[in-house]
Design a protein around this ligand. Structure first.
Ligand code: GCU
Ligand code: CA
Length: 416
């Protein structure tokens, strides 16, 4: 079990396989910061990506062999556990050799963490001498190391790791477990600002359909495209060569960083529901998002959720009320892109676009005389054909809850 667990963790330390016995769960860890001597960083000590410990981290030069080296002190000779805290905001892994006292004992994968501000700890084991030892992380690809925050030393092998526990079921969550449903979207999803009557997004009325074990965290914001939601306030009004809005600097919004936070953001078993596509159709920056870019950003968000053990769900945009005679018809874009991203990443897609205009038809909101102050359309919509009053938001949220059940999305186990 222990050997398997280390393989699962992405780190193979061949030299220590025979020593993987015993239990050091209670041993105290000693932290060695990468920015503090006697550690050596071939690169720069930076502090521009939040979340590090101490006063900074080692940003190794992007080159093979541009290393970070720690000098650690072991109370006695024997097996020790080394936890390396790192962030890798790139897509590709940043593999590195692990050299203990100059001898290679294994490799660390340093997979992408989703953002430079998202820090993760990888665990290695090594046999140390009593007293001073060097531990060097030496990258094997031209991208160099991830950003490295610190190394923590614990005497003995790693405590019995989580992969030996029964794996959490991804297909049928226990109704007893607490789950957070995170929402990313625009004004048709968002909470009303400052107690306003309009607009009220469906996310504001979603929790009532679930048991008390569900917490809805509504991070939708009015007026946002998928890209401005992800990168506020760094999407500029300049258009780049590929027709996409220039993002400068390429730093995520605080709302997305909050979801990516390992301690307080998306957790294993949580859900992330994503609905954009209304503001993205703008022809001008900063809101404009092209077709390929839209699909790419959706996939990026889904991958980040999955990397944390959370479950992404895509929604096509809620339809505005457009009547063709007595029939409500569709009027939104990015439907193809949402379905394509869903197929590519095996992410469930709730076609809220179709479900919403189907609801408008079942409520007979068409034909519509344009009076938003009276009648069924007036009660459903604010003083426009896009935004919902509480009554409309409640019904849209109900349609989505029903879709969870109809599409057998496992979150449906939490519906009342
Ligand atoms: C970015 C990031 C750095 C990181 C670097 C890299 O420039 O801001 O912190 O080290 O990418 O790719 O290594
Ligand atoms: Ca670097």
């Amino acid at each position: 079990m222990r050997l398997r667990s280390f393989l699962v963790a992405g780190t193979v330390i061949a030299a220590t396989v025979t020593a993987l016995t015993g239990n050091a769960a209670t041993a105290a860890a000693t932290r060695f910061e990468a920015e503090a001597a006697p550690a050596v960083c071939t690169g720069t000590i930076d502090s521009n990506h939040a979340g590090y410990s101490g006063s900074g981290f080692c940003n190794g030069s992007n080159a093979v062999g541009a290393y970070v080296q720690f000098t650690v002190t072991a109370a006695s000779a024997g097996v020790a556990t080394l936890g390396v805290r790192f962030a890798n905001g790139a897509t590709a892994g940043r593999p590195a050799d692990v050299l203990v006292n100059g001898a290679r004992v294994g490799t660390a994968a340093f997979a992408g963490t989703g953002a430079w501000t998202t820090w993760s700890t990888t665990t290695l084991t090594a046999t140390l001498n009593a007293g001073s030892n060097t531990v060097r992380l030496s990258p094997t690809t031209a991208d160099g190391l991830p950003n490295v925050d610190y190394l923590e030393l614990t005497a003995g092998p790693a405590p019995s790791p989580t992969p030996c526990a029964p794996p959490p079921s991804s297909s049928s969550p226990s109704p007893q477990a607490r789950v957070t449903v995170w929402l990313a979207g625009d004004s048709t999803v968002a909470d009303p600002s400052g107690g306003a009557v309009c607009p009220v997004g469906w996310g504001n009325q979603f929790a009532q359909y679930f048991t008390g074990n569900v917490t809805v965290r509504n991070s939708a914001v009015g007026g946002r495209s998928i890209q401005t939601w992800l990168y506020d306030p760094n999407v500029t009004s300049a258009t780049g060569p590929a027709g996409e809005c220039v993002i400068n600097p390429a730093t995520y919004s605080t709302r997305w960083q909050a979801m990516l936070d390992p301690a307080t953001g998306l957790q294993r078993g949580d859900y992330l529901l994503i609905q954009f596509g209304i503001n993205d159709g703008s022809s001008t920056c900063p809101r404009h998002v092209g077709s390929a870019r839209y699909q790419q950003l959706l996939s990026m968000m889904a991958d980040a959720a999955k990397a944390r053990g959370a479950h992404p769900v895509f929604l096509t945009p809620a339809a505005a009320l457009t009547c063709s005679g007595s029939t409500a018809v569709g009027n939104r874009g990015f439907i193809t892109e949402t379905n394509a991203a869903g197929s590519a990443g095996a992410v469930p897609v709730i076609d809220l676009h179709r479900l919403s205009y189907t609801l408008y038809n079942s409520l007979r909101l068409c034909p519509f005389n344009g009076d938003y102050g009276a009648g069924p359309a007036g009660a459903f919509f604010c003083n426009d054909h896009t935004h919902f009053e509480t009554a409309g938001a409640t019904q849209i949220a109900g349609v989505i809850a029903k879709a969870l059940r109809d599409q057998q999305i496992p979150l449906a186990a939490y519906l009342q």
